[in-house]
Design a binder for this molecule. Structure first.
Ligand code: MN
Length: 227
């Protein structure tokens, strides 16, 4: 059967060394570095991992991004992104590593003003997090190991704003995969944004943002006004 309408090409991410990784879903972890939880006014020791999602077509491969609609407080959040080559449900933490295809440097763009409004209203965060072009990601580096350490840094116009280490993750990569797989049957093509360290802040039209994570290709983007 033929499609009855045409849509853009399905979301995909480049793979370092060649090839394309098709994106199935984008899961994100909130509140996963203690100092960031504190800067957001929370308690790092409480509760289960916080999960939310972005639509797969929020993927943006870096370069020029139109300043998002409906915000006057757009925040950057540097994050390690885990790409899955397989999945399952109720995955044990010790089995989680074999589902990893590789890693990428990413940025979880957030309309912080809308997030505060949603939180105040006890409403879902979707409009704050699921924005167009809101899941920036660099090329995926194939790496099937479980990464437990390595620098994660973000700069705006050359000035370092976030500088931490993956060893500061509250929920480790195997723990994230295991926990997420109790709620969703994970599948090949799923991406997981693993949370951001402290130092988040706002960015504006004209700003140039760069995210660097150890053993991963850096990703950069700049914000321009909407035409
Ligand atoms: Mn985030």
């Amino acid at each position: 059967m033929a499609n009855v309408i045409e849509i853009d090409h399905p979301p995909a991410v480049l793979v370092e060394g060649g090839g394309v990784f098709p994106v199935r879903r984008i899961f994100c972890v909130g509140k996963n570095y203690a100092k960031h939880v504190v800067e957001m006014g929370g308690d790092p020791k409480s509760g289960l991992p916080v999960f939310f999602t972005k639509p797969a077509d929020a993927i943006h491969l870096g370069g020029t991004i139109k300043f998002p609609l409906a915000t006057t407080n757009l925040h950057y959040e540097a994050e390690l992104v885990v790409a899955l080559k397989s999945g399952g449900e109720n995955i044990a933490p010790e089995e989680a590593g074999r589902h990893i295809f590789g890693y990428a440097a990413g940025c979880d763009l957030t309309r912080r003003d809308l997030q505060h409004k949603c939180k105040d209203a006890k409403a879902p965060w979707d409009i704050a997090k699921a924005l167009d072009d809101g899941a920036v990601i660099g090329p995926i580096t194939r790496d099937e190991t479980v990464r437990g350490a390595g620098t994660i840094r973000l700069s705006v116009n050359g000035e370092t704003k976030q500088d931490s280490d993956l060893s500061n993750l509250i929920w480790t990569i195997p723990e994230i995969i295991a926990s997420l797989s109790t709620f969703f049957e994970l599948k090949a093509g799923d991406l997981i944004y693993t949370g951001t360290p402290e130092g988040v802040g706002s960015i504006n039209i004209g700003d140039q943002v760069r995210i660097e994570i150890d053993a991963t290709t850096p990703v950069e983007f700049n914000l321009v006004s909407r035409p």
